[in-house]
Write a protein that binds this ligand. Structure first.
Ligand code: MN
Length: 731
């Protein structure tokens, strides 16, 4: 386990690079990246005591052995420079280019992901997140190589860290390497993790393998000799060699299939690599003619490639003395893909322009692993392009993966906002949110988040809590429920404070009138009153007193059985002129009445400028109607004179408008535009189309200043094309 600790010098790196890269600019760029990394890491040392550059150079070197492009090698050499040397992305872009900087940033970013949960489904999720965050497959390859080298030097870490890193490697990194078909890296990551996680069994299996090695090698050598003679006689070109299973795969087979070590190792494995696909089938034919194949063991992965692009013919035959051999037959190209997977696929070819998008699309189409994700969508379509589109939409666009500043990944549905994020972190964080930073920039709270965003929530103890408005843009039900819960609780608390206020008003008024307030503390004394005031509980009654929808005086009269005719009857109205006028928040003056509750009628919604009349209701003060309101046209006895207070405080009044029009495109848009041009506020809008005559009925609730303002709005609405009629509504 000491492999890979030595310093790769620049000439050593360039020697490897020179095997497939020859363009002077590319070579110069790699040399520059090496020197730059060397200079920036100059004062840093790894735990092993070696210069930090050992790690950077090794990552660049391993990438070169995988024959990746020059920029990927550069990014590999520079992969820790942004984070560890205080170099900014801008500096790196100025020194190299944007593409290299983006790759390094990608590696840095996914390096911040925390994979601490050990549950299998979470691990699977983390792999998905990892891929989604990386965006460019080259970033994943660099990260895998980075991890590979870290695993090679893990012995310098404290034991606890070794365990954590090894577990994470086995659960997240090795499966990704497998998905990408990079079995060389996958096997090494698995064996090294196995060593740290389960040293006892690791040594046990290693020992067993070693013990049988000589005997097995001899059996394989014998078989190779026989097959070679046969194929050479038939003028075929080929390479043939025995191969060994890596330790972790033996261990896994023993565990999952419940097999004994001997059963697994009984299989002797041989690989034949040849020129063409046709050669593969020819060789298979000769072998099956000479040896008895075991039925059901022939697998044609050439005609049906595996999901990670793997291609090969597999067969199992019975050799001399009844020994069983597993034989793989494939071309050089297939062999390379089997070992290097995706990396073999985009092995760097000089002179061709690298287009990461096109390349990635090709890779995604080849890697049916992406297709495996369809199990999650349940949506299968025959057209591969349409299929990929749906898949990308459902998997990668249905969710966004964002991070806390500490690197914790949070998965949210697409369109989620910082508020959704805040509630996912913690309910209290959500309730006290006052601002949000996305990638260190202050943003509005309704900003949709994107995968890879780093989100930081600003909270304050002084925060008034979630507002009704948040419900309009939050995406997750979780956040919606928490916000609604908060608002409801607040409503209840508010009501409670009103109830106390109502009780206070009642006590004060009782005292003022010379009653002993203590006699009326028992809630039961109010029971008979409730139905008279059309409320169902004592609490409701106190609330009504507090908000003045029921007058405290009428309550006291009923409570004390003392009828004082304070409510005006018909005779008083008009005859007894009392020059004193009273105004209320409604902006209405009532002749001759003091301390009476005045409110605007909800049926006709009078607004300043309307002719109005007061209606003295039983127990809930004066209701002000429009003079022409049909709801009071039969009333004579209870009407009193009222007028608009010229000195009222400015406020907005509600007006309901009904519009009939023919249907057309953008009708609502035009109507809404008129409202905003007239500087009115729209509270509600509701539109329905009659399917028979296609007449659209639109009902709006507006907030206006006065009648003049409303008339202006109505006139402008009538001018909108296709509009038939515009009316103010009385309910
Ligand atoms: Mn590193």
């Amino acid at each position: 386990m000491e492999k890979g600790n030595s310093m790769i010098t620049l000439p050593e790196l360039m020697k490897e690079v020179n095997t497939y890269i020859h363009q002077p600019e590319s070579l110069a760029l790699i040399e520059k990246a090496y020197r730059y990394a060397e200079q920036k890491h100059a004062t840093q040392f790894r735990r092993s005591g070696e210069p930090y550059m050992v790690h950077a150079a090794q990552v660049g070197y391993i990438l070169a052995t995988m024959k990746v492009g020059p920029k990927t090698i550069c990014a590999g050499l520079l992969h820790d420079v942004l984070e560890d040397c205080g170099i900014s992305p801008e500096e790196m872009t100025a020194e190299f280019d944007e593409e290299i900087t983006r790759l390094v940033e990608g590696v840095t970013k996914i390096g911040h992901l925390q994979f601490k949960d050990e549950k299998e489904y979470l691990a699977a999720n983390h792999r998905k997140i990892f891929i989604a965050m990386a965006k460019d497959i080259r970033v994943i390859v660099i990260k895998l190589v980075d991890r590979l080298h870290n695993m090679r030097t893990l012995q310098y870490m404290p034991p606890q860290k070794q365990q954590k890193i090894a577990a994470e490697t086995l659960q997240v990194y090795a499966p990704i390497a497998h998905r990408l078909g990079i079995s060389e890296i996958k096997n090494e990551l698995e064996d090294r993790s196995f060593y740290y996680l389960n040293r006892e069994e690791y040594y046990e299996i290693a020992h067993l393998v070693e013990e049988k090695k000589a005997q097995r090698d001899e059996q394989v050598r014998h078989m190779i000799h026989d097959i070679s003679q046969m194929l050479t006689a038939n003028h075929l070109e080929f390479r043939i060699f025995g191969r060994s299973k890596h330790l972790y795969s033996i261990y896994k087979k023993m565990k999952t299939k419940g097999k004994r070590f001997e059963e697994i190792l009984d299989l002797l494995a041989i690989r034949i690599v040849t020129k063409t696909e046709l050669n593969c089938y020819e060789i298979l034919g000769y072998i099956h003619a000479a040896y008895r194949p075991i039925p059901g063991r022939l697998k044609d992965y050439i005609a049906m490639p595996k999901s990670n692009m793997y291609q090969s013919l597999h067969t199992t035959i019975v050799g001399d003395e009844g020994r069983i051999f597993e034989i793989q037959i494939r071309t050089e190209e297939m062999d390379s893909i089997a070992e290097k997977g995706i990396a073999a696929h985009w092995r760097y070819k000089e002179g061709t322009k690298y287009d990461p998008r096109r390349e990635q699309r090709e890779i995604e189409q080849k890697l049916s692993w992406f297709r495996d994700l369809s199990a999650l969508t349940g949506d299968l379509s025959d057209d591969p392009n349409e299929y990929m589109d749906t898949l990308t939409r459902d998997i990668f666009e249905a969710n966004v993966y964002v991070m806390t500043p500490k690197g914790r990944v949070i998965e949210l549905p697409n369109g989620s906002t910082p508020i959704d994020f805040a509630y996912r972190v913690h309910t209290e964080v959500g309730h006290s949110t006052v601002g949000a930073l996305v990638n260190e920039t202050l943003v509005p709270l309704n900003t949709p988040l994107k995968t890879g965003d780093v989100v930081q929530i600003r909270t304050s103890k002084q925060s008034p809590g979630p507002s009704e408005d948040w419900l309009k843009f939050v995406k997750t039900n979780h956040a919606k429920n928490k916000i609604r819960g908060f608002l409801q609780k607040k409503e209840v608390e508010k009501k409670q404070s009103y109830v106390e206020k109502g009780e206070q008003i009642l006590r004060d008024e009782l005292r003022k009138r010379g009653y002993n307030e203590k006699e009326y503390q028992d809630h039961k004394k109010f029971d008979n009153l409730l139905s008279q005031f059309q409320v169902s509980t004592y609490v409701d009654l106190m609330y009504a007193i507090a908000v003045k929808s029921i007058s405290v005086i009428s309550v006291i009269e009923k409570l004390t059985n003392q009828k004082k005719p304070i409510i005006l009857d018909n005779e008083t109205v008009g005859r007894t002129y009392v020059p004193r006028k009273t105004s209320s928040k409604s902006g209405i003056l009532v002749h001759g009445i003091s301390s009476m509750m005045i409110s605007l009628a909800g049926c006709c919604n009078p607004i300043p400028g309307d002719r109005i009349v007061g209606y003295v209701s039983r127990g809930s003060g004066v209701k002000v109607h429009r003079a022409d309101c049909p709801n009071i046209s039969e009333e004579k006895d209870r009407l009193i004179e009222v007028e608009w207070d010229e000195h009222r405080e400015p406020r907005k009044y509600e007006a309901i408008v009904m519009i009939h029009s023919h249907d057309r495109n953008f009708l609502l848009t035009d109507l809404v535009t008129v409202i905003s041009q007239c500087r009115a506020t729209m509270q509600k809008i509701n539109s329905t189309v009659n399917q028979e005559d296609l007449i659209v009925t639109t009902r709006m609730t507006l907030l206006v200043d006065n009648l003049e303002h409303l008339n202006l709005i109505l006139a402008n609405l009538r001018k909108v094309s296709h509009v038939v009629s515009v009316e103010r509504v009385i309910q």
